[in-house]
Design a protein. Structure first.
Lengths: 319, 387
């Protein structure tokens, strides 16, 4: 498993994602991108849909990418990487390409949960050999914090504002990780930017498989979450500790929760640190909604525990 | 060797001989058979192509862009709504200068939904930055698929290209086609030379950056410069094709009895065949009528069209699609072409054949007979419409 030292050494040898991009101060995305790229030993070709990462790293004539990288549009990164990987297979057959090359997509939640879901599903079903990393900051941050289907319930976004009639986003978030599990791909994982070694380990485990691999990485956004610029890691850590964002993986259908918080930290502890949930603590009905939020978190966590129990690689499976 | 085959099969045969590295395609009537024939070639192991059976046309063109940027030779095919869905990415393929050749089985756009031929899909992609060729026959569909591949990959061009063939009239109709021998076809198309391939990991490149007002304009002007190279490449490749095939296509347009004509039709696609019969019939009665068929639709050959039509007195431009709120798209192009001609014909615009409505020899004879008797003005006339 790659240690911080190994990751740093790899980066020293070859900087795959360079500084000088224009992501916001305090943005967690570059940490995810660097960790993923450094966790892969072989050459990488990367793709991104339209989004914060794409806009902030590829302003012509500059680029922050020191690996081959392609952006085409918002909804099609998984289809684009399908084509790149198909070209790789064809050109390997003809002998024009000889190296082992790995393929990675870095897409935001808008480009993955929403507009890019069809292309993602198609690419997963067709079995292309690639890793899709959803850099999930839970809203359309690039266009000004509009709600996506990854945005949690109650959160204020510019298209789910806190109004007198409707306070924040009425709907719960979609469980994309489980949707990907339904594609029966070899590797599916959930990670968070606060747990970089866990992320690197997951990338390393994922890349052992041929075929589609998916990682949903919680990636905090101080601008959209309305949190201090130096709080990205703390925010992410709290999301994991409160079980709002479980770290787990599903390897060939077997569930494994990578981290089980020893203490039960109420999700309220996480909610109260973010401006997007501030209204919950001012509105008289907020208490009720926090209770509902907690119930949803508990339900998902308990579901996950049961899945781990039933669908683990352990005794139950052998029995 | 001459064989009987449909337009589908003719295009699929040309694709088999080109043997692209990647074909990404999605089914849609009346294109599906091209995808089916090609899937046969792949599943029978007679081509090395990676077939990407995508979940939509949008993903078809997206996978083509990814594969082409990776350094592969790439082809696809679509029709109608499929074209409408993928047109976003076609613009991007052109902006990225990717030589992707796409057969377009021309079909009407919804609503109402209709699977039959008109040119509303081709017109939709008019400004996308892909060059467009229209074919009269299955033979032309075969020939121009090979020709388009070489134009697309021409060093000065490197743009996507569309080969239009009328849905059903060409795609589903068996005709006599004489394909090249495999070796001759492969030699004609030649090996593919990728430019800045993504898969050259030793030289990392960034494809598809974003450009602000400080650069966007210049980049789009450079793209226009590539489009301006298409006509020269078109003639050059036509010449090379004549050597390879013995079939001589010369020029952007084909004139039929135009030299001394005082009345003429201008058409795209398979209607040219019908129009030739109409012209022959009237010529046999001593009437000076002719036809201008346009092969290269984008970039539009303004000078060739003006040169061919300027001596004619009355011209009917036939559009197989409405451009709602404006005159027909082909009419507007022809009118622009003639703007600076010293002698100008009187121009008329006829709309015909929407949603697969038949166009007959008699109807075209009637149009030619009418020319010179009706006052030219900016009014749409309709052929074969119940009103």
């Amino acid at each position: 498993m790659p240690s911080i030292k190994t990751l740093a050494q790899r980066e020293e040898k070859e900087i795959r994602f360079t500084p000088g991009h224009t992501l916001c101060a305090g943005c967690a995305e570059p940490m995810v991108v660097r960790t993923v790229l450094n966790a892969i030993e072989e050459p990488v070709v990367a793709a991104s849909p339209t989004g914060c990462l794409e806009v902030a790293t590829s302003r012509f004539p500059g680029t922050a990418w020191n690996v081959p990288w392609i952006h085409v549009a918002f909804e099609n990164a998984a289809a684009v990487i399908s084509g790149v990987e198909a070209a790789y297979k064809a050109l390997t057959k003809t002998g024009a390409v000889k190296k082992r090359i790995r393929f990675v997509v870095f897409g935001g939640d808008g480009g993955t949960y929403d507009i890019g879901l069809q292309a993602l599903s198609g690419a997963l079903e067709r079995g292309h050999d690639f890793l899709y990393v959803c850099v999930n900051n839970e809203a359309y941050m690039n266009t000004g914090v509009q709600r996506s289907s990854a945005t949690p319930a109650c959160a204020a976004a510019t298209t789910s504002p806190v109004g007198d009639a409707i306070p924040g986003k009425p709907q719960d978030r979609k469980d994309l990780t489980e949707i990907v599990v339904g594609h029966h791909v070899p590797y599916v994982g959930q990670a968070a930017v606060s747990h970089l070694i866990d992320l690197a380990n997951k990338v390393e485990r994922a890349m052992k498989f041929d075929g589609p691999k998916f990682l949903n990485v919680l990636t905090t956004c101080p601008l959209g979450w309305r949190t201090p610029r130096d709080s990205a890691i703390v925010q992410s850590k709290l999301a994991v500790e409160t079980r709002y964002w479980p770290l787990y993986e599903v390897i060939e259908g077997k569930y494994k929760i990578n981290y089980k918080p020893k203490q039960h930290v109420p999700v309220e502890e996480w909610l109260k640190t973010q401006g997007r949930f501030r209204h919950l603590f001012r509105d008289p009905k907020g208490k009720e909604r926090i209770v509902e939020f907690q119930a949803a978190v508990d339900r998902h966590w308990n579901d996950l525990l049961r899945k781990e129990q039933c669908l683990s690689g352990g005794e139950a499976d052998q029995g | 060797m001459r064989r009987v085959m449909t337009g589908h099969k003719a295009v699929a045969e040309a694709m088999r001989q080109i043997e692209p590295d990647v074909v990404a395609v999605y089914p849609i009537t009346p294109q599906s058979e091209i995808a089916e024939y090609y899937a046969d070639y792949v599943h029978d192991g007679i081509v090395h192509t990676e077939l990407v059976p995508v979940e939509s046309e949008h993903s078809a063109m997206s996978a083509c862009v990814g594969a082409a940027a990776a350094g592969a030779r790439v082809m696809t095919a679509t029709s109608s709504q499929g074209l409408a869905l993928l047109v976003e990415v076609l613009y991007i393929a052109a902006g990225m200068r990717l030589p992707i050749v796409m057969a377009l089985a021309n079909r009407a756009l919804s609503a109402p939904i209709n699977i039959h031929c008109d040119h509303s899909d081709a017109y939709l992609a008019r400004d996308a930055g892909a060059f467009q060729i229209f074919c009269e026959s299955a033979q032309e569909a075969y020939d121009y698929t090979l020709i388009a591949q070489r134009i697309a990959e021409h060093g000065k061009v490197r743009l996507p290209g569309i080969v239009n063939l009328d849905g059903f009239a060409l795609t589903h109709t068996a005709q006599v086609v004489e394909p090249l021998e495999d070796e001759a076809a492969k030699k004609f198309v030649g090996p593919f030379q990728p430019v800045y391939p993504l898969l050259d990991v030793a030289k990392p490149v960034t494809w598809g950056p974003f450009a602000m007002p400080d650069y966007y304009f210049e980049l789009k002007r450079a793209q226009q410069a590539a489009m301006e190279e298409v006509p020269a490449a078109f003639l050059e490749v036509q010449k090379a094709y004549a050597l390879a095939s013995g079939r001589r296509y010369a020029g952007f347009v084909e004139g039929y009895h135009l030299d001394d004509a005082d009345r003429a039709l201008v058409v795209l696609g398979s209607t040219a065949g019908t129009a030739k019969v109409a012209v022959d019939a009237l010529r046999s009665k001593g009437e000076k009528v002719g036809l201008l068929k346009i092969w290269l639709y984008r970039p539009f050959p303004y000078h060739a069209v003006a040169a061919a039509l300027a001596p004619v007195k009355h011209v009917a431009v036939l559009d197989r699609a409405l451009s709602f709120g404006a005159m027909g798209a082909l009419y507007s192009d022809v009118a622009t072409a003639l703007l600076r001609a010293q002698a100008r014909p009187a121009l008329h615009n006829y709309i015909y054949g929407l949603g697969g409505r038949d166009i007959t020899v008699e109807q075209l004879e009637d149009v030619l007979a009418e020319l010179g008797k009706v006052r030219p003005d900016e009014v749409l006339r309709y052929i074969g419409l119940r009103e």
